[in-house]
Design a protein around this ligand. Sequence first.
Ligand code: PEP
Length: 260
Amino acid sequence: MRKKIIVGNWKMNKTHREGMEMLVHFLKLLDLELSLNEDSGKEFPEIVVAPPYLIVADSAVLAQGWDIKIAAQNCSSEKEGAFTGEISASMLKAAKVDYVIIGHSERRNYFGETNQLVANKINRALESNLIAICCVGETLQERESGKQFQIITRQIQECLFHLNNDQLSKIVIAYEPVWAIGTGKNATPEQAQEIHKYIRSVISGKYGKEISENISILYGGSCNPQNAKSIFSQPDVDGGLIGGASLNARDFIDVVKAIL
Ligand code: PEP
């Protein structure tokens, strides 16, 4: 059965001190509130926090002994060497990071990341035994001209279809419509379900039904404590990639609780 996963993407927010304080606060709330759900029999999601690089290693130390995982927001497409300013997948693994977000639309838009570069980063992540969260999604213009299925198919083909079955099983896909990220305008539950089901069918076409049924597909884009429950209740939505609402411990806990 596929995993439910909630990922908090802090983006370029929080100093080391602010981040560690927020994480401690979050873990205390988690301990207190979610222990109440322990006997409910409901499947508990994997909780993943993606702080900025400078906080990643200490967050991973803090996360040991708790039931949360740490993600990086990016990694280099290169293994090592003269690439000033870059952080490699193997460095992240050595820092006890488990996940890495790859191909976020902000990286694609502001830093010119192409599907080919995303594919290379995914390769580096898998070589280092990181779980790669591969982000896909259409812009507003693409949706308004009815091209969302075409765009997403291409992103999946070019970012993922070079992987074998075993490698694909280490991938999480995040559907993040660009028009919904940080805009306060989330996709409706029906829009999210339509695309998630479609993504699963594209994966099934290449890798077969069993693999497509086992891959977790997360929704991201203005997901918050108010709208999370209706989005997460869709059959092909396996959790969320949460930006703004993950910056506040209370809100992030409420988003996590929405999937229970
Ligand atoms: C994101 O950063 O991936 C995201 C979905 O942001 P927000 O929740 O703020 O729209």
